[in-house]
Design a protein around this ligand. Structure first.
Ligand code: MG
Ligand code: ZN
Length: 389
């Protein structure tokens, strides 16, 4: 009996080995190594303006307990405070991501001494990468502006539009047509100026986004509204589509150098300023559909780092007692932003850097590290460094 068992043992061990190899083979044939240490070719930064944990939770529990965001395996938190206020605004918040410094509220791409600092998007352009900005606000609004403009006040919309001419950004999609073709402070027509620089320029009044040609032979500016685009409940629906088409467009534009793009769900914040929980949920779900498109792109390529975060929370939003799955009772403590720490989600090559708790400025450092850009310390007027305050 014992002898027979011993004789059968090698066969059983072989069978066990076989099963192990089969399981290993299956698991290793996954299409994407989601957190490899190889450098990514492309970086997609997605900002849900005003999207804290409650906005994410409310959207998830209003959508049968599901978000595309859940596919992102690496999680961290950032500290969103600005140079002069524990409660940041979107200008200082986006400047922290774009330039790697804490600046004063209202500042666009300048440091606390109002000196302009190179943004990660400008640096990507200098390195031959394709670049893009997509927003559901005007394209000159604080969040997209901080990646390409350098002004002391976020209200300088016309100056911000002019700054966009100074960097040969490949793709710009957002509202704000009036800041380009019917300016109040000068008679410049930026439509013509962009065209003279070789851009294809179009807008909502000329063609529907779903019907237009995304011709990768030239840079592209498309304005989605005269001022702000509609909110999602009123019919705006372009963000997921623009994300999908925009990423394909940039991939074609980028050739072998890769691309950097910032995509913003701009109006989660505005719904929370209005303390409108239902609208905040709809805006967050629209942004999550765009996240789904970015993750599809990244999963198919395997060479793209996707980061999703917010600049700050807005409204001090809560999911109150009495909430049920798909019927959330939201409540708010303020009509302003709050200082709560903000979740960061990452997927793709070098995503592991985004775990832990860190300053919002570190998101800039980690993205630049992923792209292989040299370490830098932004200089202030007195020559001291202004990093990681
Ligand atoms: Mg914004
Ligand atoms: Zn806000």
């Amino acid at each position: 009996m014992l002898k027979r068992l011993l004789r059968q043992l090698p066969g059983k061990i072989m069978l066990l080995y076989g099963i192990c190899f089969f399981i290993w083979g299956c698991s290793s044939s996954k299409p994407v190594e989601t957190s490899s240490n190889d450098r990514p070719k492309n970086v997609i930064l997605m900002i849900g303006d005003g999207m804290g944990l409650s906005q994410i939770s409310a959207a998830m529990f209003s959508n049968n307990n599901r978000l595309n965001l859940e596919q992102m395996p690496v999680l961290g938190f950032h500290k969103s405070y600005s140079y002069d206020d524990l409660v940041t605004d979107s200008a200082a918040g986006a400047t922290a991501f774009a330039c790697g410094i804490k600046t004063f509220n209202g500042a666009i791409g300048v440091d606390k001494d109002t000196l302009p600092l190179k943004t990660i998007l400008e640096e990507a352009e200098e390195n031959g990468m394709a670049t893009g900005l997509i927003a559901t606000s005007t394209i000159v609004h604080a969040t997209p502006a901080a990646f390409i403009a350098h002004v002391v006040s976020r209200e300088q919309y016309e100056e911000i539009a002019v700054d966009m001419l100074k960097t040969p950004i490949d793709l710009l999609i957002g509202g704000g047509k009036k800041y380009f073709d019917r300016r109040e402070n000068d008679n410049r027509n930026l439509y013509t100026e962009f065209q003279q620089k070789g851009y294809k320029v179009s807008d909502y009044s000329q063609e529907e986004m779903t019907e237009m040609q995304w011709d990768p032979s030239s840079n592209f500016l498309y304005l989605t509204a005269d001022k702000h685009p509609l909110n999602v409940a009123a019919g705006r629906d372009y963000l997921p589509y623009a994300t999908k088409k925009g990423l394909e467009f940039l991939e074609k534009r980028s050739k072998d150098k890769g691309f950097f793009i910032m995509i913003e769900g701009s109006q989660i914040d505005w719904a929370c300023h209005a303390n409108d929980g239902k609208l905040a949920i709809k805006e967050a779900l629209d942004f999550d559909r765009a996240i789904g498109e970015a993750l599809n792109f990244a999963r198919e390529r395997g060479n793209t780092l996707v980061i999703v975060t917010a600049d700050h929370e807005c409204g001090g939003m809560a999911l109150n007692p009495g909430s049920k799955m798909n019927k959330i009772e939201t409540a708010f403590t303020t009509i302003n932003h709050t200082a709560t720490i903000i979740p960061v989600f990452a997927y793709g090559p070098m995503s592991k850097q985004f775990s832990g708790i860190f300053e919002n400025t570190s998101i800039n450092t980690k993205m630049r590290n992923a792209l292989g850009f040299p370490e830098h310390k932004p200089q202030t007027t007195n020559g001291s460094t202004n990093d990681r305050k």
